[in-house]
Design a protein around this ligand. Structure first.
Ligand code: SAM
Length: 277
């Protein structure tokens, strides 16, 4: 027999399109929860029917009132309350953080059942560097705000991951091309579903392909880091080395930081020796 769930808040990731991706522990948590907080009862009802769970649901999102949140937090001392999104991992462009913060502040346990997330799944499909990535969620809908948001991250030496909808994909790819040049990129669509596809190319190729087209389904755009990124400055290098030197010898710290910041190992080592003095 399964052990009863401990009281507290249980964050449960759910499939992003393929019910077969529901993890066994996620299913057990949902089956044994006293209550499940959901974005949309109709969406989660399908998931619960799939596993034969009959658990009361309550709508919750970050716009729920403080009073609603307090009521939920008040139950966490002796009830196991699960939080799910319509799909994927709660809090990744989805509600939940205010509730986690409130639960912790009240001294309750917060548990997580990790699982699918479209951002991570898209990174696994794109064939772009994954050692450093920056998740941008959804870019603003208005052209000026979107361009500003892209400009803000243009210098970041990391792969960018963003969520997008079919109707806005063409404009977003055009805006990304304008500001980021022709970096390598990928459009991952309908991940884990029947029509999953991942189209790769330069941003300019993809902008051309999707100009005026409205692809169906759910989309993640992944943009590779700038190829000719300027090397890290001394301040950034020093900060990274100081952190690594607290754990490692100068040569190992230099090797780790050189790899991560893409700077020559010789430069990192010389600096590491100075910092370690
Ligand atoms: N919390 C979810 C997660 O962990 O992935 C994301 C929620 S966000 C409101 C929904 C967006 O995620 C969609 O608009 C789309 O950009 C992306 N997405 C979700 N499922 C997807 C899938 N199966 N394929 C591609 N993108 C997906």
């Amino acid at each position: 027999m399964e052990k009863p769930l401990p009281p507290g808040l249980h964050i449960v990731a759910t499939p992003i399109g393929n019910l077969g991706d529901l993890a066994p522990r996620a299913a057990q948590t949902l089956l044994n929860a006293d209550r499940i907080l959901v974005e949309d009862t109709r969406v989660t009802a399908k998931l619960l029917a799939h596993i034969g769970a009959k658990v009361p649901m309550t709508r919750y999102d970050d716009h729920s009132s403080d009073a609603d949140r307090e009521r939920i937090v008040g139950q966490l001392g002796d009830k196991a309350v699960a939080l799910v999104s319509d799909a994927g991992t709660p809090m990744i462009s989805d509600p939940g953080f205010k509730l986690v913060r409130a639960a912790r502040a009240a001294g309750h346990q917060v548990h997580t059942v990790p699982g699918p997330s479209a951002a991570i799944a898209a990174l696994t499909l794109a064939g772009l560097p994954t050692d450093r990535f920056l998740f941008l969620g959804f870019l603003p809908a208005k052209a000026k705000a979107r361009a500003d948001a892209i400009a803000e991250v243009a210098g970041v030496r990391a792969t960018l991951v963003l969520y997008e909808s079919g109707p806005r994909l063409g404009d977003t790819l055009a805006a990304l091309t304008d500001r980021l040049g022709s970096r390598r990129a990928a459009v991952a669509r309908e991940i884990s579903k029947l029509h999953e596809e991942c189209v790769t190319g330069t941003l300019a190729d993809l902008a051309e392909r999707y100009a005026g087209a409205v692809p169906k389904g759910e989309i993640v755009v992944v943009v590779g880091p700038p190829a000719d990124a300027a090397q890290a400055g001394d301040d950034e290098l020093d900060a990274a080395l100081d952190e690594a030197l607290a754990r490692l010898s100068p040569s190992r710290a230099a090797a780790e930081v050189a790899e991560r910041l893409k700077v020559p190992r010789k430069r990192a080592y010389a600096r590491a020796l100075e910092r370690a003095r």
